[in-house]
Design a binder for this molecule. Structure first.
Ligand code: GLN
Length: 481
């Protein structure tokens, strides 16, 4: 029999319904696996008491709900009531929120079991999980490599079978890029699908919660559970939710048009990435889709545009950490000195860099040249997608420009690190749903993935096409841990 930790959500739900095992047994199997794999540093806090109590309650209740009895890992930036929620920043030292984020509350209302909080780049800023105040996460495929970021702990946990699925957040690629680096499926919904209430903010016009799981269908199940309108988030979409799970089960893509953006053929991209991309297009074609070359002329500006807008919003959001209301306080002789000491000690180098860039691009004299121009470019990028989706149903691109890199490879060079987000930031700037899934292995035996993007609120189409690609690619490799 398959080990309980190797199941998908779909199979675990079936097993629970047939009473082949209980939710308590399923939770315990994961807690045991977590204890054996602490070297990965995927979880920064384990919550066995909560997990076992929730699992016992789910069993008692017949494991009802979309996630009845299903063990899930939660990224540390989601506020969980009474439980460590620090966005892996020292500035939020000992912070235990008095309230629950909407997405975790939704998940619990559907019967989910929380295993613990996962490691991440501080304040979700990074692409290697190297900026966490709790240290690096090891990639289960090769412990000398990063699992990607910022949702690196969530990615490693799912990949190493330390959770059936995990919650992540994506501002410029933080669900999709780590999913690609560890060979799992990650999905960023349309901006507004999931409430941001109770998510520790990075860049509010970009931040979205989303699922990370072992299969396309499992991401659909988790999204179904967490998404929906929330009056507490003014940017939340007030529309009835489609049936994502049904969409992921329908994998007929006959006649669907898939766009290949010619501008994404970036010079210097490793051949194995280009080959993987061609393979993905071929598989979709064989499954009945039509492949169409398209143009996204402004996509070359997406990365610089993102690295102006995201830090600008971060500099504003992070102004709240002043040592007065919550988290760390480092005293000084005056109030100003206390602010300075607290922020100097509480934030790591990358967060400070973003605050400085953000403050600079918003300052009088530079606002027009940088921030305002970036907002205009953002509009053009979004418009490119609107034009493209008049011709095609979805767009296919690589998820990352490389395989997972070594832990010490890029730390000293922030620009090289930012280049990781080359293929993911455009969909974020345009607010579009996007899904990353594993397709093959690199020469070094590491997972490589492709990304699908659809039009706004077109998650059903996204799951449909992703389901077809998943079946055609049949990626079954697992890390040897
Ligand atoms: N890697 C990107 C950054 O550092 C994206 C992060 C994210 O999506 N949270 O900003």
């Amino acid at each position: 029999m398959t080990k309980l930790t190797e199941l998908t959500i779909e199979k675990a739900k079936a097993g629970l319904q047939k009473k082949e095992f209980s939710a308590v047994e399923l939770a315990q199997a994961h807690l045991d696996a977590m204890a054996k794999n602490r070297d990965l540093n995927a979880y920064i806090v384990e919550t066995p008491e909560i997990a076992l109590a929730q699992a016992a309650a789910a069993d008692k209740n017949g494991n009802k709900g979309l996630l009845g009895g299903i063990p899930i890992a939660v990224k540390d930036l989601f506020c969980t009531k009474g439980v460590h929620s620090q966005s892996c920043s020292k500035i939020l030292k000992d912070f235990k929120p008095g309230y629950e984020s909407t997405v975790t509350a939704n998940m619990f209302a559907q019967g989910a079991v929380m295993l613990g909080k996962t490691n991440m780049d501080e304040m979700a800023m990074g692409s290697g999980n190297l900026n966490s105040c709790y240290g690096a996460v090891l990639n289960p495929w090769d412990k000398e490599r990063v699992p990607g970021g910022s949702s690196g702990g969530s990615a490693a946990a799912v990949s190493a079978n330390l959770a059936l699925a995990a919650l992540g957040s994506d501002t410029g690629g933080s669900i999709r890029q780590p999913a690609a680096f560890v060979g799992i499926t990650g999905m960023k919904p349309t901006y507004g699908r999931c409430s941001r209430w109770g998510m520790i903010a990075f860049a509010s016009s970009l931040d979205q919660a989303g699922p990370m799981a072992k299969t396309v269908k499992d991401t659909a199940i988790l999204l179904q559970a967490i998404a929906g309108y929330d009056a507490k988030d003014s940017t939340s979409t007030n529309l009835a939710l489609p049936d994502f799970v049904k969409a992921a089960s329908d994998i007929n893509i006959k006649g669907k048009k898939i766009g290949i953006p010619k501008e994404y053929r970036v010079e210097g991209t490793p051949q194995e990435i280009t080959e993987l991309w061609d393979k993905g297009a071929k598989l979709l074609k064989e499954a009945g889709a039509e492949i169409v070359e398209i143009s996204l002329p402004h996509s070359k500006y997406a990365l610089p545009c993102y690295y102006i807008i995201a830090p600008a919003e971060a500099s504003s959001n992070l102004a709240r950490y002043d040592g007065v209301r919550y988290g760390l306080r480092v005293d000084g002789n005056t109030l100003d000195e206390m602010y300075e000491n607290t922020r100097a000690e509480g934030f790591g180098a990358e967060v400070k860099r973003r605050i400085m860039i953000g403050t600079y691009v918003l300052s009088a004299g530079y606002f027009d040249a940088y921030y305002k121009k970036a907002q205009r470019v953002r509009y053009l990028i979004a418009q490119d997608f609107i034009n493209a989706f008049e011709k095609v149903d979805a767009i296919l691109t690589p998820t990352t420009p490389t395989e997972a890199f070594k832990i010490n490879e890029k730390v000293k060079d922030p620009i090289t690190m930012y280049l990781n987000d080359l293929f993911t930031v455009a969909a974020s700037l345009a607010g579009l749903p996007s899904l990353a899934l594993p397709i093959g292995l690199s020469k070094n035996g590491l997972p490589l993935g492709l990304q699908l993007i659809t039009g706004t609120l077109q998650e059903e189409k996204l799951f449909n096409i992703a389901g077809a690609l998943e079946q055609a690619a049949n990626f079954t490799a697992r890390p040897a841990i």
